[in-house]
Design a protein around this ligand. Structure first.
Ligand code: AMP
Length: 188
C-alpha cells in the first residue's frame, strides 16, 4: 500500500503502527535518504543539499533506490510506501516496477490535513526533537508544501481514476487516525 499526504501529516507515525499490526515493511524514502546522507554514500552526497532546500531528489535516483529495496527478503510480507511516489513520473514507474515483480498495489490512502495544522505540527517537531531535521523549519516547510502542491498532489487524480484512492481525516488524534486506516485495510 501507499500512505500518502503532505509533510507533517503523520505518514511516518501511522506507517510504523501499520507495520507493527500487519507485518508489512515500512519503506520511507525520506529515512532511506537521511541514512544515505549520514553514511556519506554517493546518493547521500547528491541528495543532501536538495533535501535541506526542501526540493525533490531526482526521480531516477529514487526509483532505482526503491526498486533495489523491494527485492530484499524483509519486503516479502508486503510493503507500506511512505513518502513515495512523490511525482506522477514516480507513480508511473512504480506501477511498471510492481507489474515486473508480479506485485499488486492494494490501496493508496491519503491523510488529509489543513496547512495551518501542518505548520503547527512541524513547529512542535522542530522544538521538541533533540535531533532536529535540517528541513524541519518554517521556511523549508513552506517550500516543501509548495512542492507537495505542485508536484505531489497531482498524483491523486492518477490513483482516483484507477479507483485505488481512499482518504481519511488526518487531523483527528493519532489513535483515531489509526482506527480509520485499520477499518479500510481490514476490508481488503
Ligand atoms: P520526508 O522524510 O518524506 O519528508 O522526505 C524528506 C526529503 O527527502 C524530501 O523533502 C525530499 O527532499 C526527499 N525525498 C523523500 N522522498 C522522496 C521522493 N519520493 N522523491 C523525491 N525526493 C524525496
Amino acid at each position: 500500500m501507499i500512505i500518502f499526504g503532505p509533510p507533517g501529516s503523520g505518514k511516518g507515525t501511522q506507517a510504523k503502527r501499520l507495520q507493527d499490526r500487519y507485518g508489512a515493511m515500512q519503506l520511507s524514502t525520506g529515512d532511506m535518504l537521511r541514512e544515505a546522507v549520514k553514511a556519506g554514500s554517493e546518493l547521500g552526497r547528491k541528495a543532501e543539499k536538495i533535501m535541506s532546500a526542501g526540493n525533490l531528489v531526482p526521480d531516477a535516483l529514487i526509483v532505482s533506490m526503491i526498486a533495489e529495496r523491494l527485492d530484499e527478503p524483509d519486503c516479502r510480507e508486503g510493503i507500506i510506501l511512505d513518502g513515495f511516489p512523490r511525482t506522477v513520473k514516480q507513480a508511473q514507474a512504480l506501477d511498471k516496477m510492481l507489474a515486473e515483480k508480479d506485485l499488486t498495489l492494494d490501496c493508496v490512502i491519503e491523510l488529509k490535513v489543513d496547512e495551518a495544522v501542518l505548520f503547527a505540527r512541524i513547529k512542535g517537531r522542530a522544538t521538541e526533537s533533540e535531533a532536529v531535521r535540517s528541513d524541519d523549519n518554517p521556511e523549508t516547510l513552506r517550500k516543501r508544501l509548495d512542492v507537495y502542491r505542485e508536484q505531489t498532489a497531482p498524483i491523486l487524480p492518477y490513483y482516483r481514476d484507477t479507483n485505488r484512492l481512499r482518504s481519511v481525516d488526518g487531523m483527528k488524534d493519532i489513535d483515531a487516525v489509526t482506527d480509520q486506516l485499520v477499518a479500510i485495510l481490514d476490508r481488503i
